[in-house]
Write a protein that binds this ligand. Structure first.
Ligand SMILES: Cc1cc2nc3c(=O)[nH]c(=O)nc-3n(C[C@H](O)[C@H](O)[C@H](O)COP(=O)(O)O)c2cc1C
Ligand code: SF4
Length: 436
């Protein structure tokens, strides 16, 4: 398979500027700066690159929404990477920080931005230290600062560490956090392209999206667009976790079969087990089942199947695991991370957790499944940001697709409760896992 982002990923010392430059690093920046801004933007538009952070919006189009001639345009790289199951940006930043920095400088040039930030989740201490060192190297080499490589392009880059809240990955909460406020999502519109950081026009992109930019400049937007499918161009990093023999990050060409990723690359579930369900795009994506393994892994096929490609985090759950436990752990996480600003999310995530706890305590009836489905329906589309949906979609899909198993579980727990053998407390290990 074609490798662009992971081409040299295991090269010793790749995180240093010398090794990166020996591998052709910063040559695409040199080339980009010799071109007019519009020509660089045209390459990004031609590539069809869609955002790798979750929503899949076309990057070039986002840049073209930025107002022209504004005084200060900002670029923010979203390195919050808090979606459960997602760990691809971590590996990129740790092993190849200069590829990201080069991508940021080129994207900032295309966008007309002079101030840039990498907002990195607080837990990524090692990766933030590596980025700090790499930024210093890039400044000393004249790739950041005034008159970059003799051009009129200037750019500052600051690595900003978050404090460990999932919601700060949502782009407007990220901006508030970066401004020193509590990280709460803002009402949209206005969108960040018009009123973002410090009320100025702002381009926000995920780490992987920006790290792809040098590869696009190297091969040309049209050639990049030939990789993958017509509407999901290029390669994608997928983080595969859960019940597979070889969990890890893999670079795939979009459009390969999901079976090839889960079984071919990640080795499939342990011997004698099969795939019960899988999250195709992080814990916020509606689940698919073992019957969906032959679907092509790309944005549109996942959407047509009722789910989403999201951040590219595939979490595999095998047939030995209770779907109720998976739903509980998912709901628990989102309840914990809700910022509490809007009622459907704040109350709906809490009700869902409480109903699942009723099931575990042997106090639920099958009617509770209808109530959960109704709560989920009332969250989706009714919140300020999509964190509420991020719980409602996967939990709702589990209840819809595995209703029989939920009903059997409810009945079994009720029997145990009647006989006095049910555990009234939710499993501690599950909670600890959800919080970790
Ligand atoms: C609750 C929530 C959490 C998010 N977390 C992240 C994250 O950790 N990293 C990320 O890149 N995007 C995250 N996003 C998506 C961002 O809001 C935004 O769409 C993305 O950074 C845009 O970059 P892209 O176009 O390159 O994907 C999150 C969205 C929501 C609603
Ligand atoms: S949906 Fe949830 S996390 Fe998002 S703004 Fe509303 S309460 Fe906060």
């Amino acid at each position: 398979m074609n490798k662009l982002l992971f081409k040299d990923i295991d090269e010793p010392g790749l995180n240093t500027i010398d090794v990166y430059r020996r591998r052709g690093g910063y040559e695409q920046l040199r080339r980009a700066l010799s071109m007019p801004r519009e020509a660089v933007l045209n390459e990004l538009l031609a590539s069809g690159l869609r955002g790798r952070g979750g929503a899949g919006f076309a990057m070039g189009k986002k840049i073209s929404f930025l107002p022209k001639g504004a005084l200060d345009i900002y670029l923010c790289c979203n390195a919050d990477e808090s979606e459960p199951g997602t760990f691809k940006d971590r590996e990129l930043m740790q092993k190849n920080p200069h590829m990201l920095i080069e991508g940021i400088i080129i994207a900032a040039y295309a966008a007309g931005a002079n101030k840039s930030f990498i907002y990195i989740r607080g837990e990524y201490v090692l990766q933030a230290d590596i980025l700090d060192a790499a930024v210093l190297e890039a400044e000393r080499a004249g790739f950041l600062g005034e008159n970059i490589l003799g051009s009129d392009h200037r750019l500052s880059l600051v690595v900003h560490r978050g404090a460990g809240a999932y919601i700060c990955g949502e782009e407007t909460a990220l901006l508030d956090s970066l401004e020193g406020k509590r990280g709460n999502p803002r009402l949209k519109p206005p969108f960040p392209a018009n009123q973002g950081l410090y009320q100025g026009p702002t381009l926000i992109n995920n780490v992987e999206t920006l790290a792809t930019v040098p590869a696009i400049m190297g091969m040309g937007g049209d050639a990049y667009a030939k990789l993958g499918t017509e509407t999901s161009t290029g390669t994608k990093l997928v983080s595969v976790s859960g019940h597979v023999k070889r969990p890890g990050n893999y670079e795939i060409e979009l459009g390969v079969s999901s079976r090839e990723i889960i079984y071919g690359l990640a080795g499939g579930p342990p011997e004698g087990r099969s795939v019960k369900l899988w999250f195709p795009g992080g814990s916020s994506s509606p689940v698919l089942t073992g019957d969906d393994l032959d679907l092509a892994y790309d944005f549109d096929t996942m959407a047509k199947a009722g789910s989403m490609l999201g951040s590219g985090a595939i979490i595999v759950v095998d047939d030995q695991t209770s779907v109720v436990d998976v739903a509980y752990k998912t709901a628990y996480f989102y309840r914990h991370e809700s910022c509490g600003k809007c009622t459907p999310c704040r109350e709906g995530t809490n009700w869902t957790v409480k109903m699942l706890e009723r099931m575990k305590a042997g106090e639920a009836t099958p009617m509770d499944l209808d109530i959960i489905a109704s709560v989920c329906d009332n969250i989706i589309g009714h919140c300020l940001c999509v964190l509420g949906d991020a719980m409602a979609m996967p939990v709702g899909s589990m209840v819809a697709k595995f209703r029989d198993e939920f009903e059997e579980y409810i009945e079994a727990r009720r029997q145990e409760s009647y006989l006095g053998t049910a555990d009234p407390e939710p499993e501690l290990a599950l909670i600890q896992g959800a919080v970790a």
